[in-house]
Write a protein that binds this ligand. Sequence first.
Ligand SMILES: NC(=O)c1ccc[n+]([C@@H]2O[C@H](COP(=O)([O-])OP(=O)(O)OC[C@H]3O[C@@H](n4cnc5c(N)ncnc54)[C@H](OP(=O)(O)O)[C@@H]3O)[C@@H](O)[C@H]2O)c1
Length: 222
Amino acid sequence: MLSLRWVLNHYIQIVIECSTEQSFNKAPNGSTIPNRQMATDTFTITIHMVSSLDGIIAKKDNSVSWFEVSDYYEKGVSGQDPETFLKTIDCYVMGARTYEHALELSKSYGWAYGDTPTIVVTNRNLPVERKNIELYSGHLDKLVSERLQPRYRNVWLVGGPLLVKEFVRLKLAHQIRLTILPIILGEGILFFDQIGTEQALHLQDVTAYKNGMVELCYEIKT
Ligand SMILES: NC(=O)c1ccc[n+]([C@@H]2O[C@H](COP(=O)([O-])OP(=O)(O)OC[C@H]3O[C@@H](n4cnc5c(N)ncnc54)[C@H](OP(=O)(O)O)[C@@H]3O)[C@@H](O)[C@H]2O)c1
């Protein structure tokens, strides 16, 4: 059976070579996880999404089997050890619907985000079964300035599109890493539909992988 943790690792391993800095400094004193390795010296919020070629990030039935790609691209590169890379992420942020989906999948596949601190943005009192998960309701700029920036360096915003769009609109994220899988899904939830604002990007890197995935890394211009 497909493990969601495996899926997460599978995609994260392909962004390693796209990483611009690998300084692995120690966490600041405020971190909830001492000695966690980090990818950069500076505070960075990275949006990471996995998409089909037609820009869809979730099927209507929310099934995840489309993550399993079976393509082969001879000139592509292979990823590195995903566990090492996962240790460089010191906090995940996600929207409530993404959390609910991850909770549902965790019943079959385990919790995908491990022991890394995880903040769920929600206005509801959602169930929390792990010590490393916190709920947050309030302004997103305060989430960043009061909760994230003092405690973490390498923050990954892992979806979904509603929350990602708010971070982009409010100019709170620094980087977008988009993994495009060799598939057209035809229908489902789009990554960026009608975001309602124009945002210039700087292409930092493009990597094609042996399994046919393409990783686009953009800096979000200020
Ligand atoms: N392919 C990928 O890489 C990927 C990654 C992540 C998710 N997904 C998929 O995306 C889907 C969920 O995405 P989604 O866009 O529907 O929902 P989402 O962004 O995960 O969650 C949105 C919810 O977060 C809460 N929220 C609170 N404050 C908010 C704010 N300021 N801005 C935005 N949301 C706020 C609201 O829920 P409350 O009512 O609780 O306040 C809102 O309904 C799922 O199907 C999931 O599987 C795919």
